[in-house]
Design a protein around this ligand. Structure first.
Ligand SMILES: [Zn+2]
Ligand SMILES: [Zn+2]
Length: 272
């Protein structure tokens, strides 16, 4: 049994074939799927899917790419919307949230003002997570120093307890060490199977198995040998195979440990 802890079944790519995609996941041994939101609309969709399918669960939040939504709607409206989604009993996390300073092709670098807004949005959502005692799915790209500093100072000043996963980990080893010291889980995706990502192989190996979570980030990051196609939860198995080789354990054992991790973090035990 495996749990795909990060699949955007709420994205347009799955509008037409959601039923089939969930069915194929089941057949591939993916027992449960967590669907993270990226803005209000996709969070709402995640909630709707979680209400329709027994083995799908929602995470809700605003991704740093959509920080404009936060600027347009304002803090209190965002808070109100998110609080509404939390009422859904199958909302199991806040996410994906974080900082993203990556300079995407054809875009200009992230401005200082945008970074400031990203941080404000992140803090607001961490506060909501702690208020409702929900775990957090952290996204982070090219912003690990800032994000870890923000989280650490949040924890220290408020003596708060945060439970979280750093999904699609892509930082340096020193960042991974900090993430592990904070007691967080770490997720890796299909891009660990790409031969050019040697640094990721080392990071996967360095992460203790009892801190690993499996995820696809569907429809993105399709693992080998399917690279180039649209990703879906059923493809998780290729990343599992690769990860089990790195850790030199059986696929079954990796499945059972990572499932236990996911059940614990997202409090899914009542659903098994
Ligand atoms: Zn992400
Ligand atoms: Zn994602």
């Amino acid at each position: 049994m495996f749990i795909d802890t990060h699949a955007h079944l709420n994205f347009k790519a799955f509008n037409k074939n959601l039923e089939e995609v969930i069915d194929r996941a089941k057949k591939a041994g993916i027992d449960k799927i967590i669907i993270p939101g990226a803005k209000i609309g996709s969070s709402r969709k995640a909630v709707e899917i979680s209400q329709k399918y027994d083995d799908c669960f929602a995470a809700i939040g605003i991704h740093p790419h959509h920080v404009d939504e936060f600027i347009d709607l304002g803090e209190s409206n965002i808070e109100e919307e998110l609080n509404l989604f939390i009422k859904n009993k199958k909302t199991v996390a806040i996410g994906e949230i974080g900082l993203d300073y990556h300079v995407y092709k054809d875009y200009s670098p992230v401005s200082r003002e945008n970074k400031k807004h990203q941080k404000e949005l992140l803090i607001l959502q961490i506060e909501i997570a702690t208020e409702f005692n929900l775990p957090i799915i952290f996204h982070c790209r090219d912003a690990h120093d800032d994000q870890l500093e923000l989280i650490q100072s949040y924890i220290q000043t408020g003596e708060k307890n945060i439970k979280a996963v750093f999904h699609c980990f892509g930082g340096e080893k020193k960042h991974l060490e900090k993430v592990l010291n904070l007691g967080f889980y770490v997720g890796f995706d299909g891009n660990v199977t790409y031969p050019e990502n040697k640094n990721l192989h080392d990071l996967v190996k360095y992460t203790p198995i009892d801190r690993l979570l499996l995820e696809t980030d569907s429809p993105f990051l399709t693992p080998l040998p399917l690279r180039g196609k649209l990703n879906e939860p059923a493809n998780l198995i290729h990343t599992v195979e690769f990860t089990s080789q790195i850790h030199n354990i059986s696929i079954q054992e990796l499945g059972s440990i990572t499932t236990k991790n996911a059940l614990e973090l997202f409090k899914l035990t009542p659903y098994i």
